[in-house]
Design a binder for this molecule. Structure first.
Ligand SMILES: Cc1ncc(COP(=O)(O)O)c(C=O)c1O
Length: 371
């Protein structure tokens, strides 16, 4: 075979490396803002929708024992077979329909890569979880945004109209939705499934706090994919997301999965914690109680509009979100500031933490609002 001559464009005098690199960056990536989560050290951290509870001592000991048996010089099990079978038993879903990701973030990216070969359209209701839009833009897919209605539920007429005119390859519905906190109406999700010929992804990252799932609909709708994650119930550090679908979809999705995407430690640790479901369920119950307590307290505060939540966080609107956010940080409490023009104007999102963290937040908020 003859040698291939690679002709590199000459670097022009005065052209900086930054300019050279720019030419090679995909347009979709160039136009993106970097997704940055500000890392601010605060005594009370209620900004990431994480669980406030780490592992109980006895489970931690089992994790350490399992970790000591990992052959660290070897690649992980590429299919995470044992973990997948365990998840299959727990969820009551066949292993052939389960694809695991390095967090559900990775599954979102894989879905966009694998299932955008038709119209290239991706429909999302807004506001919603930002990663759908970020990855769709990076991949230069056509992002189609439809505003949620006045109750942050799906605007079904506009959505159906858009599906009929644009025929999107993928629709992402986070239910409960982030950052609004509410579940979408089941009838509206059903309607979307009925009229869509593309994939409908129902992202149930916060399912454990709502108890509402569309999983039983998988039998009827071959274009439905359900996403779950271990991140919100105490295991954000493990990075383990779960996609549940029919076996045909799962095998297409699996083709774009990077080999060894679930590292050995995550596989071992997730197996141990899932064998001990008791403490996870107890923590979820406590978080739901705390969320409802937060919601009641916030709803009765002057100058605060609190939105109903089915998740592990509460969205609130205040008069001056930037000022309130800064005041909370000064008092050692970190929440997420969503203040931006449009539906999330002056909105802050607070994660339900441990009881003492929520007390600290409520006291700090009172202090900021009426100094
Ligand atoms: C709706 C939704 N989906 C997916 C994710 C990503 O979760 P993971 O940690 O599994 O990547 C989040 C994280 O905040 C989320 O809010």
């Amino acid at each position: 075979m003859g040698e291939v001559a690679i002709v590199r464009s000459e670097k022009k005098t005065g052209e900086s490396n930054v300019e050279l690199i720019k030419d090679r960056v995909r347009r979709g990536v160039r136009e993106l803002q970097a997704y940055s989560v500000p890392h601010i050290d605060c005594r009370v951290k209620l900004d990431g929708n994480e669980s406030p509870f780490t592992l109980p001592e006895e489970v931690l000991r089992e994790v350490v024992s399992a970790a000591s048996k990992i052959p660290y010089n070897r690649y992980p099990d590429p299919d995470a077979g044992s973990l997948r079978r365990q998840i299959s038993k727990m969820v009551g879903f066949p292993p052939e329909g389960i694809v695991l990701g390095n967090g559900s973030d990775e599954l979102i990216e894989m879905l966009l890569i694998a299932f955008s070969g038709g119209t290239g359209g991706v429909l999302i209701p807004v506001p919603t979880f930002s990663m759908y839009g970020i990855m769709a833009r990076a991949l230069e897919l056509e992002l189609i945004e439809v505003e949620l209605d006045g109750d942050f539920d799906i605007d079904i007429d506009k959505t159906v109209e858009t599906i009929e005119s644009k025929d999107p390859d993928l629709i992402f519905l986070a239910s409960p939705n982030n950052p609004t906190g509410n579940c979408f109406s089941k009838e509206k999700i059903l309607k979307i499934l009925d009229v869509s010929s593309g994939m409908v992804v129902v992202d149930e990252a916060y399912f454990d706090f709502s108890g509402l799932s569309v999983l039983p609909l998988l039998e009827k709708y071959p274009n439905l994919i359900v996403l779950r994650t271990m991140s919100k119930i105490g295991f954000a550090s493990l990075r383990l997301g779960i996609a549940l679908s029919g076996p045909e979809l799962a095998s297409e999705l699996d083709k774009v999965r990077l080999p060894y995407n679930i590292n050995s430690f995550t596989q071992a640790c997730a197996e141990v914690v899932q064998k001990n479901p008791g403490f996870i369920a107890q923590n979820i119950q406590l978080i739901v109680r705390e969320r409802d307590r937060l919601l009641r307290a916030l709803s009765s505060m002057e100058g605060v509009e609190a939105f109903p939540s089915d998740a592990n966080f509460v969205l609130i609107r205040v008069e001056d979100a930037d000022g309130v956010w800064g005041g909370l940080v000064e008092r050692g409490v970190l929440v997420r500031n969503f203040n931006s023009p449009g539906r999330l104007r002056n909105c802050l999102r607070v994660t339900a933490g441990a009881p003492e963290e929520n007390d600290a937040f409520l006291a700090a908020l009172k202090g900021v609002l009426s100094p």
